[in-house]
Ligand binder design. Structure first.
Ligand SMILES: NC(=O)N[C@@H](CC(=O)O)C(=O)O
Ligand SMILES: [Zn+2]
Length: 428
């Protein structure tokens, strides 16, 4: 059934809110304007709501296949819809890894059968993400690989990265990098800073990330490939990306909500919901990330949604797995703690979660205009709620933000013209 969204507020290019209606026909936006007449559509009353393009998150761990006890494509995409996301990219650190046409085809079939929103699957750079042997980029791209990454682990050998980037450049695919030099981690569990020292927990130094970025931007320049940095977390990394961009190297970078909102001083004690990779860095790093976004060194925001079970997370700071969930809290957290506090504007936040990731990867999504795919999110900027992990659609309840009071909650999500989630309504 076609949709008519009435009386919502759309962000104009200059950042002002304008009351508009949106008529959706099939999978597309047919018309945007004032006082559109009803024509037998299902009417969605958006009075007082912000209407934005469906949010885009290019760093999500859906865990299926192999990790269904943590999350499934079904639960993860339901969480995405409830967070206002209509496009997410699924990381390949699953079992099996999407490293062959057969494995990627299986993943595509599962996505087709059970996802609530659009899922773009990454394929791995190396077989089993083991860093030893490259996958077949050509056939994987033909099978629908969105881009190539070994996320969860860094590609250790420079020569391997060079070969990967040359192959990616030849087919105009991006190499998306989890930047971590294993010879510089020292078995760490948190940032190598005050918290690590105080609690006698092994620390992860900042250079384990930035040296990989410094290496890779030079390799990307030599290979002529689009190189994207995952979850950037340190001041030195931001500086390295800034310099590379200035030198004309084709590099983009993403930052997570948690690295923007927290630093290691905020870790309250031994709580594994504050353990993720990269770790929460120092206060100066956190500030550099916000500045990096504002100046355009960092291109967009991605959650690195990484669900784990409570049992797994109970293993203690040294042994628990790295990662926190993020899909259902990203927008309200960033709206409340960056926009409402005046550090960024609403337009900037929306752009960093829609058009900016789309532009970085040449995706045709992330904009509200006539003829565009009808991916739309409604958000109640005034609504106030405390974050309650027990209410998450995600199987993962592992968040450091439980109890945080936020405004800016999504109320309805439309994916390709279909209402896939509405607040308070159970979805079929
Ligand atoms: N970020 C994390 O802390 N964990 C991710 C892996 C990753 O994104 O590196 C995971 O898969 O759990
Ligand atoms: Zn990663």
């Amino acid at each position: 059934m076609n949709l008519l969204i009435k009386n919502g507020n759309i962000l104009a290019e200059n950042g002002e809110l304008k009351k508009q209606d949106i008529r959706v026909e099939g999978t597309k936006i047919l018309e945007i304007g004032e006082n559109l007449a009803e024509n037998g559509e299902h009417v969605l009353d958006a009075e007082g709501q912000l209407i934005v393009p469906g949010l885009i998150d290019l760093h999500v761990h859906l865990r299926e296949p192999g990790g269904e006890h943590k999350e499934t494509i079904e639960t993860g995409t339901m969480a995405a819809a409830a967070g206002g996301f209509t496009t997410i990219a699924a990381m390949p650190n699953t079992r099996p890894v999407p490293d062959t046409v057969e494995n990627l085809t299986n993943l595509n079939n599962r996505i087709e059968e059970t996802s609530h929103v659009r899922v773009l699957p990454y394929a791995s750079i190396t077989i089993r993400e083991a860093g030893k042997e490259l996958t077949d980029f050509v056939s994987l791209k033909e099978t629908g690989a969105f881009a190539f990454t070994d996320d969860g682990v860094g590609v250790q050998q420079a020569g391997m990265m060079y070969e990967a980037m040359k192959k990616a450049a030849a087919i105009d695919a991006a190499v998306v990098a989890h930047c971590e030099d294993n010879s510089l981690i020292y078995g760490g569990a948190v940032h190598d800073g005050e918290f690590a020292a105080k609690h006698d927990i092994p620390g992860i130094p900042s250079i384990c990330e930035s040296v990989h970025i410094a290496r890779d931007v030079l390799i990307a320049e030599a290979a002529g490939c689009h190189y994207h940095v995952c979850h950037i977390s340190t001041e030195g990394s931001v500086r390295t990306v800034r310099d590379a961009k200035k030198a004309g190297i084709r590099v983009t970078a993403e930052v997570t909500p948690h690295h923007l909102l927290l630093c290691d001083e905020d870790i309250p004690g031994i709580d594994t919901n504050f353990k993720m990779n990269p770790p929460l860095r120092g206060k100066k790093d956190q500030q550099a990330l916000i500045e990096g976004l504002l100046e355009g060194t960092i291109d967009f925001i991605a959650t690195d949604h990484a669900p784990h079970t409570a049992e797994e997370k109970a293993a203690g700071m040294k042994s628990a797995p790295f990662g926190i969930v993020g899909l259902e809290t990203a927008f309200p957290l960033l709206y409340t703690h960056l926009v409402q506090k005046g550090l960024i504007t609403l337009k900037q936040l929306v752009d960093w979660m829609t058009i900016k990731p789309a532009q970085a990867f040449g995706l045709p999504y992330g904009k509200l205009e006539e003829g565009a795919v009808a991916d739309i999110a409604l958000i109640d900027l005034q609504a106030e709620k405390a974050i309650d992990p027990e209410k998450f659609y995600s199987k993962g309840k592992n968040t450091p933000f439980a109890g945080w009071k936020c405004n800016g909650w999504p109320t309805a999500t439309i994916s390709e013209g279909k209402l896939v989630w509405q607040e308070g309504k159970v979805q079929a």
